[in-house]
Design a binder for this molecule. Structure first.
Ligand code: PHE
Length: 339
């Protein structure tokens, strides 16, 4: 019996030493200590021993079980640690590797230019006024001295929704609303989308405008010119010059078209300015007294100046973009140029 146990221990020790994985050591545990393991078998054989030999043999078997348990537990721990170490090594993360960059979007060139224009005017004391894109004929035309059936309506082809409601053709409608709502002095810029049924390389059925309005006691054409010159020099460059050409708008009198010196050739004449040295960017004028009166402002006491420009057109001029349609195609290669 004793011999058997001694042999068993020896055998177990070599089995334990030969185990290289957790699965193997678990199998060894079962082989010796399990319910039908070898040690259990030996314990069962105790009944065949002489009663006086049993206590000593029992003690020996128990010692053997403790020893094998201790050895297998120790080996289990070692193997578990080794497996974890290996796993850690395999799965280690190289924190010095580059990550997957998330591309950041950027503002559309028209948004950049609109923001810049608004900023130039707010820095000169203007505030921002906004109004609805679906507008009443009253604010878009009638208040602005364009009665129904007036030929001046042909100047701005219009999307009508009903006889009275339309898509605004200019943000001058916001100016009419502002004059009705507040008393002079008024100094506002009105940025926003406007709509006209045109569609070619230089016209889009939807485009953006910024219009400006000043109403105060002493407002002259000189103020208008100084204001627009300062604006153009801030938007393009310090050397930019401004010239007025006589024009006609029903809501201003006198009315002017405003040109700036070409920012590409600085007035010498090039392809962009079609050899003239000048580029038209604005419509402007002194607010027609009829408009002031329509909007409840005393035209004897107050004068107004107004101007309006297209954002897309200004963006094309500022960045030398030949075709307006590129601005609406959302080609990422084009948009990335403005990051
Ligand atoms: N509202 C005009 C347009 O859209 C521009 C303009 C504004 C002209 C103010 C004169 C004064 O064409």
């Amino acid at each position: 019996m004793m011999e058997k146990i001694a042999k068993l221990i020896e055998q177990a020790q070599s089995d334990i030493a030969a185990s290289n994985t957790l699965a193997q050591i678990n199998a060894v545990k079962v082989k010796y200590l399990g319910k039908s393991g070898e040690l259990t078998q030996l314990l069962r054989g105790m009944k065949d021993l002489a009663p006086e030999d049993r206590p000593a043999a029992g003690k020996f078997v128990n010692q053997a079980r403790d020893e094998i348990t201790e050895l297998t537990d120790k080996k289990s721990k070692e193997l578990a640690q080794a497996e974890t170490d290996e796993k850690m090594l395999k799965e280690s993360i190289d924190i010095t590797l580059d990550g997957n960059a998330v591309e950041r979007g950027s503002l559309h060139p028209c948004t950049l230019v609109a923001n810049e224009i608004v900023e130039i005017f707010t820095s000169m004391g203007f505030s921002i006024a906004q109004g609805p894109e679906i507008e009443l004929d009253k604010f878009c035309f009638q208040m602005l001295n364009i009665p129904p059936d007036h030929p001046a309506r042909d100047m701005q082809d219009t999307f009508y929704i009903t006889d009275e409601a339309l898509l605004r053709t200019h943000t001058s409608s916001v100016q009419a609303r502002a004059m009705l709502k507040s008393k002079p002095p008024i100094r506002i810029v009105c940025p926003g989308k406007v709509y006209r049924p045109d569609d070619d390389a230089t016209h889009s059925p939807m485009f953006q405008q910024i219009e400006g309005l000043v109403v105060d006691e002493k407002v002259t054409l000189c103020d208008l010119k100084g204001l627009l010159e300062t604006f153009a020099q801030k938007l393009f460059d310090q050397k930019t010059k401004v010239r007025f050409r006589p024009s006609f708008f029903p809501f201003t009198e006198p009315s002017v078209e405003v040109d700036v010196t070409c920012s590409v050739c600085h007035g010498k004449g090039c392809r962009i300015c079609k050899g003239t040295g000048w580029i038209e960017i604005l419509g402007a004028g002194i607010v027609n007294p009829k408009v002031l009166e329509n909007c409840g402002i005393d035209s004897k006491k107050y004068k107004g100046l107004a101007f309006g420009l297209g954002i897309e057109r200004t963006t094309m001029i500022k960045y030398g973009i030949p075709d307006m349609r590129i601005l609406f195609e959302n080609d990422v290669r084009f948009l990335k140029e403005f990051k």
